[in-house]
Design a binder for this molecule. Sequence first.
Ligand SMILES: [Zn+2]
Length: 358
Amino acid sequence: MPISGDLLSSAMAGIAFIGCAMTSVTPAPGAPPQARRREVVVNGKRVKTIDVHAHCIVPAAAAVINHPLEAPGLLMHDTSTRIAAMDAQGIDVEALSINPYWYRADRDAAAHLIKVQNETLVEFRAASPDRFVAFATAALQHPDLAAEQVEYAVKKLGFRGVGVAGSVAGEELANPRFHPFWAKCEELGVLVFMHPLGTRELEPSGRLAGSGLLTNTIGNPLETTIALSHLIFEGTLDRFPGLKICAAHGGGFLPSYANRSDAVIRCFPDRVGPLPKKNPTAYLRDGQLFFDTIVFTPEALRHLIAESGPGQIMIGTDYPFPWTSTEVDLVLNTPGLSDDQRIAILGGTAARLLGIAP
Ligand SMILES: [Zn+2]
């Protein structure tokens, strides 16, 4: 599909105002045209691919609490590099999210920050409605305010999902004080995208220091594992059966070792209770939990699907962070899937949950 005139003119406008930073993806006069947009086809059917794990930032919101802008690739003032990466990877739509950096902000600052942030996310979507949707943001440290924010975001701003971290300034998402937020998410039917911020409580010990970026490499999936385990064992998922949570990075380590969570109920019954209504493994596949594909190999994705079912999986790329650029091929190369299952993972499930026309 040719690049639309709108896209080209916005790319050219970016050149005019941004200078040489984007020249690697924008053709100079007389140069060959940009690489073609990869169109993903399964059994003759063009599939709209949707990436549910793509980061951005809103500078005006970050400025409210003097938060740094983290990485240049998060910025959305010129999306030509981002869209070129999407085109090369075969990603049609990114569902943008912002890692929560505001969970320690006071109520007034958090209210202002989220208002600016969500309204700007709407602008990002409006500027390229065929390429971007977004997860709303909310100040979970003030659960009643967060419930109001998500309601406003859905009913007034048109969001269909909301992002959360794996904990809230050291508090577990399963803490009952967050029940008003979960109740509102369930009532509104929004998809919650849960992205970890690492296991910061471990960092002062030094155990994640040294080589290997362990604060992220294992700290991030560990936080997701802890958060999901508490949501299961503390009864949060039972209390809100309509809740839909998509956990980043394939759900962390939980789907790789979920049967240990069933085993503890058999082996240490006096250490579990009140009991969740189902075996913990059942929560992985019963429709409340979803997972992105960032598990790196077809064998890992095959196993994740074996634990969760193909209907619980959606593409994630982690853009602009360079963990992966081959998620479409990962889905296409994972063994044992039907065409319909591949189409669901590539975008069908995300389209349904986020209200995107297929
Ligand atoms: Zn990420």
